[in-house]
Design a protein around this ligand. Sequence first.
Ligand SMILES: [Zn+2]
Length: 305
Amino acid sequence: MAHVVFHEAYVAAGVPASHRFPMGKFKAVAGALVASGLVPGWDAFHRPAPAPAAWLQLAHDPAYVDQVLGAAVPSPLARRIGFEMTPSVALRSQCAVAGTALAARLALEHGAACNTAGGSHHADAQGGAGFCVFNDVAVAARLLLAEGAVQRVLVIDLDVHQGDGTARLFEHDPRVFTLSVHCEDNWPRRKAVSDMDIGLPKGIGDVGYLAAARAAVDDALEACRPDLVFFNAGVDPHREDRLGLLDLSDEGLAAREAMVFDACLKRGAPVTGVLGGGYARDLDALARRHALLHHAADAALRRFG
Ligand SMILES: [Zn+2]
């Protein structure tokens, strides 16, 4: 039984299909999971309630939280985020954060669970950037740490872009270990300092990428010994991605997702999967690519659960 979180509000209204950010992909991913039979029907998704301001303030400046929830984000900051900051975009962000927190609770209960959104890793305490409004992983980690549900958290960020917001948020927090494996010659140009950064060269391809990612994941698990893992499974390292550059195939991504779940579950560390980036123009292909995460979680639970 796959444990998957979805909310209709993940698709914010008023973002045109021509926008660089493929807003429709969240529903397309959920649809692909239902179509494949992994999730038996639309009623079978776990559905979060929007995250309250108190949760968002665990990772973000209260003034910024107020601006987003009041649809009053100053335009220079909205331009840095890349969306018109409407009430619909605010609700979408609250639901995505709560979805990652819910998936984390499900992961603690079952061993693995995934959101069909999340991975907004460029947002930091001061504000959002690069299509990221609230840092869902950071809020969920801080929430579960505050509740005493976990003591040590590992963030495995395999999106093609560095998880700079997450790195800055946890730079001085020894309870959270941040690993980012990304393309070095890619946005953000100015990198933050994660606990472990692996900057890969353009066009590395499946074999080189998987070897580097596997070694990094093993080292990070050894260094952190987490009781909860967040896995940002951005599919933008794919060769057809508009913002990618690492030249991975679908098979390479599938092998990557399996590798992460196996490495963590083998050590008894529960995994929360979040979507991360993915910007291919073919929405169906993109949805199927993101769904590799959820299929990998299910397959790993069958092996280790
Ligand atoms: Zn990305």
